[in-house]
Design a protein around this ligand. Sequence first.
Ligand SMILES: Cc1cc2nc3c(=O)[nH]c(=O)nc-3n(C[C@H](O)[C@H](O)[C@H](O)COP(=O)(O)OP(=O)(O)OC[C@H]3O[C@@H](n4cnc5c(N)ncnc54)[C@H](O)[C@@H]3O)c2cc1C
Length: 385
Amino acid sequence: MPDIRRVLVIGGGVGGLTAAAFFARRGVETVLIERRPAFDIPGIGLGQPANALRIYDKLGVLDEILATGFSYDRMFILDAQRRLIVDHKFLMGDERVPPFCALSRLELHEILLGAAQRAGADIRLGVTADAFHDDGDRVDVAFSNGMRDAFDLVAGFDGIRSTTRLHLVGTAFAPRYSGYGAWRVQAARPDEVRRMEFMQGVGCKTGAMPLSNNVMYLFHIRPEAPDANFDGQDRASLFRERLKQFGGFVADIAASLNSESDIVYSPIEPMLLPWPWFRGRVAIGGDAAHVVAPHLTQGAAMAAEDAYVLVRETLGGEGPIEDRLMRYSRLRYPRCAFVYSFSGQWLHDEQSVRTPHDMEAARGELMQNGSARIGASDRVLDERV
Ligand SMILES: Cc1cc2nc3c(=O)[nH]c(=O)nc-3n(C[C@H](O)[C@H](O)[C@H](O)COP(=O)(O)OP(=O)(O)OC[C@H]3O[C@@H](n4cnc5c(N)ncnc54)[C@H](O)[C@@H]3O)c2cc1C
């Protein structure tokens, strides 16, 4: 008789929806709770590399994702005037999955939600878990709507401000502000934007990612004050000011920004939980366990991989549940640590370009090593989990 028959997944982001879909496909009675009253997350994009696409393939939604998004096999690093520095062909993917497919976050969530619902997961919106009582055999959960229920396993994929992580480790480990923030906006895709582009500026970086035939997303990373959120301020003029050294289509997008533009600002707050990612029968994954700088576009990909490995190890593994959850933690930690350190280093390197002299040094270094460096990361992340 299997000992995991009822699972609670907390959080309806990429990680939680993927976990719920995999649990439910394996015949486990699966309840997913999501704090938001609706799946109305802002429509900024997500680049999904081959390793994420392989997980979605196992869920049977690869074709839908590829039909919705924009696939590409290269990235360019350019300067602020869009002069090419690095042309990197990704060393990821195979005959089945392309190296990259990017799509709007909302569309990816809808596809994963569909997979979870078709598999039979019970999705409950506007609900959180207030308290857990783990007696060793079951976890008794008190919900915010006054209900109580018992589960064989709780999987917390409740994001960067995870309350499930608080249950595991208290405030011992928390995301800390890196000193840098990310500005993002969707825009019409100019025909020339057909791959990911990083434009290295002096004191900041701007990038572009195609999301569909019509749409791309523009992002911009720079130092910002620790408490900045820009709420109630004129984000269009602040963003335009920040983009002023960039030419080409970036200058056109900057000129078109206005008070209607859906500009999103997020501080970059990395964290890697150096601890088993469970306590008793409560486990965590995704941003609840690790938050990475966005440079490798691997945050959601790591959440999807965590979900797949958690389900595989807990349902298929040998030994008591603690051993299986320890194996999950051990399998996932090194890979997430690689992404954490590689993308964090990239963030610091690019933001260390503070003067025109730095820019010329960075240009030379990138021309010499940029593609080989990204290729080394491609090879690691292309390995099967
Ligand atoms: C600027 C930027 C760019 C990025 N670009 C990329 C990219 O191109 N590719 C990529 O792969 N990743 C990217 N990421 C990272 C990616 O967004 C995250 O790593 C990913 O969303 C994590 O997924 P998750 O499911 O763990 O958490 P989330 O997506 O944060 O989902 C957590 C969910 O849990 C819900 N929740 C929270 N608390 C509770 C609670 N107590 N009870 C119930 N529900 C709760 C939340 O409402 C949310 O829906 C980027 C991040 C940033 C900041």
